[in-house]
Design a protein around this ligand. Sequence first.
Ligand code: ADP
Ligand code: MG
Length: 427
Amino acid sequence: KQFDSSLLHDKLKEYFGFSSFKGNQEAVIRNVLEGKDTFVLMPTGGGKSLCYQLPAMLMDGVAIVISPLIALMKNQVDAMRTFSAESGIAHFLNSSLNKTAVAQVRQDVLDGKTKLLYFAPESLTKEDNVAFLRKIKVSFYAIDEAHCISEWGHDFRPEYRRIRPIINEIGSAPLIALTATATPKVQLDIQKNLGMSDASVFKSSFNRPNLYYEIRPKHNVDHDIIRFIKQNEGKSGIIYCLSRKKVEELTELLVANGIRALAYHAGMDASTRAANQDDFLMERVEVIVATIAFGMGIDKPDVRYVIHYDIPKSLEGYYQETGRAGRDGGEGYCLTFYSYKDIQKLEKFMQGKPIAEQEIGKLLLLETVSYAESSMCRRKTLLHYFGEDYTEDNCGNCDNCRNPKPKVDARAALKMALEALRDIGDK
Ligand code: ADP
Ligand code: MG
């Protein structure tokens, strides 16, 4: 089938209500429509879903979409249905459905009503699902959040390793893999594991020019955070802490200082967690203090700052978490508190994990340390980590570019030495 540009735009409008494509979307969609394997590296919020949703609508058969989270799947399916008179156009099959619901989904697929069928990887590998899928025509397979396949990614899920063998059992069709994780190691892992080394690769820039990056020594962290929030009164912010205990302590401290803050971590019961998330999204509170359990799939466009109370375990995590600021293109202040003691704490956490995991963990941590301690442009370092060349000399929007450290400065050297001594003294 041939699709000229105006026809693609018509379909974009008809099925999704958008009048133009964003970034690489059109090129990606053409590649998928041509039946080629496709690999998409695009930051969060770039519009990856559309890259498989639109081709699915236009091609014969059913597109199989593999995605890790039931909540994300449900959002997408609901969104697809709002534009279609046919409620069977998109479905998911996962553990949340009962037998009757599963039978209904299968009937819609067999009746040709369904263009997109979403799976969690653990449901895809179920024998009766495989047997069912062998009977239908698959237009292509989309593997969303494809970094889950890699131990070098920030969210490794072993079930993702079973995707390729299962696809071979069901029957081969073109693949599209999508991720917001762009480190060269992860990219290589994904392509190897999915057997798509010849895929066309579409990589967008990961630069977020509106984000300001600052790393600050962790001396007076509580005081600094309270002051920062008060200076930014009325703006929404996220504060990430490493432990649940710290999340609770800091929330209490902020509340005691007259700040409207709520906590979020995986140890809280589900209803409190959902209520707190809602209060933050609806702006009934300004600040959410959270572990990294908070954020996946949350799309609040006007988060004005992200504070890391503790340094993240990897630059990948740092990029993802800071990336939740300024989604609307407005200012986003990314403030991270750093002390070498926290690195030692993180190293201790890793003990007891499998050796291979420890090795990877240590290397990722090392990259984080060198980022935190560097006097180079933060943006340049971060983008370099994602295999991207940033050629500007001065980004004008990070601590190191705004306040360059003098090349040789005896005073600064002395100050740093004293700080290091104080860190040791603190122990
Ligand atoms: P990603 O998966 O890359 O994080 P999503 O697919 O969730 O991004 O899309 C992010 C947002 O951008 C969504 O709200 C989506 O509706 C919107 N979007 C996607 N494509 C377009 C487009 N061509 N025009 C306008 N908005 C778009
Ligand atoms: Mg997505």
